[in-house]
Design a protein around this ligand. Structure first.
Ligand SMILES: *[C@@H]1O[C@H](CO)[C@@H](O)[C@H](O)[C@H]1NC(C)=O
Ligand SMILES: *[C@@H]1O[C@H](CO)[C@@H](O)[C@H](O)[C@H]1NC(C)=O
Ligand SMILES: *[C@@H]1O[C@H](CO)[C@@H](O)[C@H](O)[C@H]1NC(C)=O
Ligand SMILES: *[C@@H]1O[C@H](CO)[C@@H](O)[C@H](O)[C@H]1NC(C)=O
Length: 313
């Protein structure tokens, strides 16, 4: 290679390795069996600035991270009858944690068998009025419910906003329930993602967007990586996207979105995507590699050989 090409290639690879973004966060799925995996997301040099865990309280694994280092965003996951979410966020604030954003309702338009919270929009509106409006009035930024990527999402949200408006309006005094950002999930290819964001912009204009779960699930590795690169570049470039979090932060064997759509292999090592997401360079680690991924036959064979070896001695 000509020396100027080598220099150009070197500059390019440095530029790529430094693709970092303040927008990136973690959808935290804790690993109970291998808790060392939980520390990877906050290791030195990690690009991730915020996280959520579908819950109301910060993850014990990140107890030594301050709110300004790694912002915890509480989520009101599903239907509740009381003000326990509001109370819990107020308790965090009273303890000195600067909660500035909250997420609401995980896939309320989706069935529980696929992880949705499956809530009627009118019920969700009542939960919102009881728990979210008081936080909004305190200046906390509140996100619209995080619907599935299906076509049911926008109609569900419009019905929800209509119901919410009815709950707070009185005769001669129409009011709307306000929100600060729109929360979006997407599983599919890049063209579908771009058009999905466009539909949300049209339905909920002038609101910043958070993409809180996304992937091109169940694809071969090259397609998965190509989607990852294209979508990360897109989110970083769009002013209308203020945050995004890639799904998922788990090992290949634990994945429900396909073996390649993961940031860890089966030994808990960062895959290329995992390392890129944290702001690093490719690791060359294949998603399906690692001990835990070896098939049971192989393990049985190893045990059998060890036993035979033991008998011979
Ligand atoms: C609380 O967090 C918000 C948003 O991250 C920030 O703008 C604000 O300065 C923080 N307040 C304090 C007291 O740290
Ligand atoms: C409430 O929102 C609807 C739909 O966006 C809009 O047409 C209406 O003018 C709003 N009402 C108030 C009081 O802001
Ligand atoms: C969007 O925001 C801009 C600037 O704040 C404002 O001029 C415009 O009217 C808004 N558009 C809608 C549809 O609310
Ligand atoms: C993705 O981007 C990385 C650099 O960030 C590059 O090395 C890799 O070849 C790209 N992969 C695809 C499939 O585009």
């Amino acid at each position: 290679m000509h020396s100027s090409l080598i220099v150009a290639a070197a500059v390019l690879s440095v530029a790529r390795a430094q693709t970092r973004s303040e927008k990136r966060g973690l959808v935290f799925v804790p690993n109970k069996d291998s808790p060392e995996d939980n520390k990877i997301w906050v290791q030195d040099g990690s690009d991730l600035t915020w996280y959520y865990n579908y819950g109301t309280t910060p993850a014990p694994a990140f107890a030594d991270q301050s709110q300004s280092d790694f912002e915890f965003v509480p989520m009101l996951w599903g239907s509740i009858e009381d003000t326990s979410f509001l109370d819990s966020v107020n308790t965090l604030i009273d303890s000195g944690r600067n909660i500035s954003h909250v997420l609401t309702f995980n896939e309320p338009d989706g069935p529980s068998q696929y992880g949705g919270s499956d809530i009627d929009p009118s019920k969700a509106a009542q939960v919102w009025v009881n728990n979210i409006i008081p936080l909004s009035e305190k200046g906390i930024k509140v996100g619209l419910p995080a619907c599935t990527g299906a076509t049911t999402g926008i109609p569900w949200l419009q019905e929800f906003l209509g119901q919410c408006s009815q709950l707070i309006s009185t005769d001669g005094n129409d009011k709307n329930c306000s929100y600060d950002f729109v929360t979006i999930h997407w599983y599919g290819n890049f063209e579908g993602l771009a058009s999905h964001l466009g539909e949300y912009s049209a339905a909920f204009p002038n609101k910043t967007q958070w993409i809180t779960e996304y992937n091109f699930d169940n694809q071969d590795l090259e397609t998965t990586q190509d989607f990852y690169n294209t979508s990360a570049e897109y989110f970083d470039r769009l002013d209308s996207v203020s945050r995004y979090s890639y799904f998922g932060s788990f090992r290949s064997d634990d994945s429900n979105v396909g073996v390649n759509a993961v940031m860890l292999n089966n030994d808990g090592e960062l895959t290329d995507i995992g390392s890129w997401y944290l702001g690093g360079t490719a690791t060359g680690v294949q998603p399906q590699s690692g001990l835990a991924g070896r098939n049971q036959v192989g393990v049985l064979l190893a045990i059998t050989l060890a036993l035979i070896g033991g008998l011979l001695i």
